[in-house]
Design a protein around this ligand. Structure first.
Ligand SMILES: Cc1cc2nc3c(=O)[nH]c(=O)nc-3n(C[C@H](O)[C@H](O)[C@H](O)COP(=O)(O)OP(=O)(O)OC[C@H]3O[C@@H](n4cnc5c(N)ncnc54)[C@H](O)[C@@H]3O)c2cc1C
Length: 228
């Protein structure tokens, strides 16, 4: 019976699938993975979107992974990758089922003349529905977390590392459990762009094991590989 019911439903609804009808009642359900924008925060460099994903999105992700956001522009679906900036859920050793989050954040830096980033930054609204692809990518914190970590980031490249640092803070608080982290960030400006700058400064004051080295490229030029 459990197997016959979906088959019968499909027969009655063909050529559409039952999921297509579900999408008429709840926009987060349907054949594609979708998400609802629940909050938008504008900063001079980044626009942060909080997204509630529909049931089709896998619950698990690793700190540092990205998702795909899809928008229809002039009748064509365009996809871009954006790193998740929120941390995954606490690890199972902390009493949760691990990596489960039903709210995701991404921070988008508008690129001049960019098709998708400018639309997301200027036109996205709370309540808007957006297409998503599952979290992926090999650039994530390994498990177990090594005792020493070096992050080298520049501009918008800080976003995956924000998820990693937020996860470490969530996991270890400000206690001794932290790995030794050196974070070299390069940016046009006296500190990392908002909304991240103040958070990173506070982190470096609260956690002795986290060392932030900020490089202002307007004053000191870009990092060169021969610098140590
Ligand atoms: C794994 C991953 C994670 C990422 N995470 C983030 C993130 O967290 N935050 C973030 O802000 N970005 C992130 N990005 C970058 C993001 O995916 C987009 O590339 C970025 O937002 C620009 O997209 P766009 O559609 O606005 O620009 P596009 O329309 O793709 O244009 C990009 C640039 O190319 C130029 N261009 C476009 N077409 C042409 C052409 N035919 N000839 C010449 N020039 C052209 C445009 O003028 C523009 O300057 C990530 C990318 C990857 C791969």
């Amino acid at each position: 019976m459990a197997r016959t019911a979906p088959r019968l439903l499909t027969t009655f609804t063909t050529p559409l699938l039952p999921d297509d009808y579900a999408g008429l009642f709840d926009p987060l359900r349907g054949r594609e993975i979708r998400g609802r924008i629940t909050d938008i925060a504008h900063h001079p460099d980044f626009t942060t979107l909080t997204i509630e994903p529909g049931p089709g999105l896998p619950h698990r992700f690793e700190a540092g992974q990205f998702i795909g956001l899809g928008l229809q522009v002039d009748g064509v679906w365009r996809w871009r990758c954006y790193s998740l900036t929120n941390p995954p859920a606490p690890s199972p050793s902390r009493g949760t089922d691990g990596h489960t989050r039903r709210e995701l954040t991404v921070s988008v830096k508008p690129v001049p003349d960019g098709r998708i980033s400018t639309r997301l930054a200027d036109h996205a609204r709370p309540g808007g529905i957006i297409r998503l692809s599952a979290p992926g990518g090999d650039f994530h914190l390994p498990s177990p977390v090594p005792g020493k970590l070096l992050f080298v980031t520049a501009g918008a490249g800080i976003t995956p590392v924000m998820s990693m640092l937020r996860w470490l803070r969530q996991e270890y608080g400000t206690s001794d459990g932290w790995p030794d982290v050196v974070h070299v960030h390069s940016e046009r400006g006296a500190e990392p762009a908002r909304p991240f700058g103040r958070e990173l400064r506070e982190l470096s004051e609260a956690v002795p094991a986290y060392r932030l080295i900020h490089r202002d490229t307007t004053a000191d030029g870009r990092l060169r590989s021969e610098e140590r």
